[in-house]
Design a protein around this ligand. Structure first.
Ligand code: NDP
Ligand code: ZN
Length: 352
């Protein structure tokens, strides 16, 4: 079968591989819609995960089941499904501790385009199909549903990590598709002021529709000073980091009230250390927490987030600024994600 792969650090291309084999609990899927992710960009061009050779990219797909293992109960060939980007081993010790995304080792629930071939292929393999697939409703556009694989679960996880409470103020640093979903999640959890950091107009317009109340730019000087200016020196209750780099935490801690939380979902592709400002961290005693997490995967979460779309509480179709038709466009869509044109939020490629 054909796939679009990371050939090595900084190199991509089309390759031929044998079709994956289906285990007893597993499924083989033919993608119907796929979307490239900023994480693919970190993986290929920043070498964030280390060297990978001839590994098929992509971890966001909805598709059609073409084969299931003998122990799969709920899915059959012909079913159309949403596949979560993180596909944990649900029987693991890590899953029993509540951290299924780290089953098999840190971040090891992230299998596609990390430990095995990803979804930019004619066929791909999903472990534990009953636990890692969700049914795609007939009336939901597969491109929109693709946002349930990673963008919605990650953005919503940011709001969970930040433990947003009614009326709290939050600064969302980074309003690409992940940050935008975080904005929506904060609003749904009852946030008051939602400050957003970004420069692309298309993202700011979407953020407004999702309920953002104020905007600032990282190009206009120190972010913490900008927030302190707008909050009469008080700062914000919570900070979500969905963009920036290893230096972003300095400003994040400085803009945070004592007792607040910095919740990171950004994938830090480079730099060896994250440094915290000693004095602004209360010399270590400010009760300012720093949390960071990989999105939780799995069927239940996908089904719950799907209900938020079906009940009209979230409309992830606003993210889909670029639509392509045909498998060969995967390459163009990935490069678009790398180059981040001013009119881009998220591309999607329809395959069937
Ligand atoms: P985008 O690149 O689309 O968006 C990044 C945002 O950060 C933009 O709003 C950008 O602003 C802003 N930004 C850029 N530089 C800075 C800076 N120096 N300081 C502050 N803000 C800045 O990314 P995505 O939304 O696609 O993804 C966000 C991150 O989430 C990525 O690192 C991705 O890999 C990661 N991710 C993590 C997952 C997880 O499970 N934890 C899952 C999926 C993705 P501008 O408007 O100027 O472009
Ligand atoms: Zn992703």
């Amino acid at each position: 079968m054909k796939g679009f792969a990371m050939l090595g650090a900084g190199k991509t291309g089309w390759i031929e591989k044998s079709r994956p084999v289906c285990g007893a609990l597993d499924a083989i899927i033919r993608p119907v819609a796929v979307s490239p992710c900023t994480s693919d960009v970190h993986t290929v061009w920043e070498g964030a995960l280390g060297e990978r050779k001839d590994m098929i990219l992509g971890h966001e797909a909805v598709g059609e089941v073409v084969e299931v293992g003998s122990l799969v109960r709920d899915f059959a060939p012909g079913d159309r499904v949403i596949v979560t980007a993180i596909t944990p081993d649900w029987g693991s010790e890590a899953a029993q501790r509540g951290f299924a995304m780290h089953a098999g080792g840190m971040l090891a629930g992230w299998k596609f385009s990390n430990y095995k071939d990803g979804v930019f292929a004619e066929f791909f393999h999903v472990n534990e199909a009953d636990a890692n697939l969700a049914r795609l409703p007939d009336d939901l556009d597969p491109g929109t549903a693709c946002m349930l694989c990673d963008m919605m679960p990650t953005g919503f996880h940011a709001a969970e990590l930040a433990d947003i409470q009614f009326g709290e103020s939050v600064c969302v640093i980074g309003i690409g598709p992940v940050g935008l979903m975080a904005v929506r999640a904060c609003v749904l959890r009852g946030a008051g002021d939602v400050f957003c950091v970004g420069t692309r107009k298309v993202c700011m317009d979407a953020a407004k529709q999702y309920g953002a109340t104020d905007f600032l730019s990282y190009k206009n000087g120190d972010l913490a000073e900008q927030i302190l200016d707008r909050t009469k020196g008080k700062g914000v209750d919570k900070v979500i980091v969905a963009g920036g780099n290893a230096d972003t935490f300095d400003a994040a801690i400085r803009m945070l009230k004592p007792g607040g939380i910095v919740a990171n979902v950004n994938y830090l592709g480079s730099g060896d250390y994250v440094k915290l400002p000693r004095a602004a961290w209360g010399c270590g005693m400010a009760h300012k927490q720093l949390r960071g997490g990989l999105m939780p995967g799995g069927r239940l979460r996908a089904e719950r987030l799907l209900r938020l779309i079906e009940t009209g509480r979230v409309d992830p179709s606003l993210l889909l600024t670029h639509k392509f038709y045909g498998f060969s466009h995967v390459e163009q869509a990935l490069y678009l994600m790398k180059d981040k044109t001013p009119d881009l939020i998220k591309p999607v490629v329809y395959l069937a």
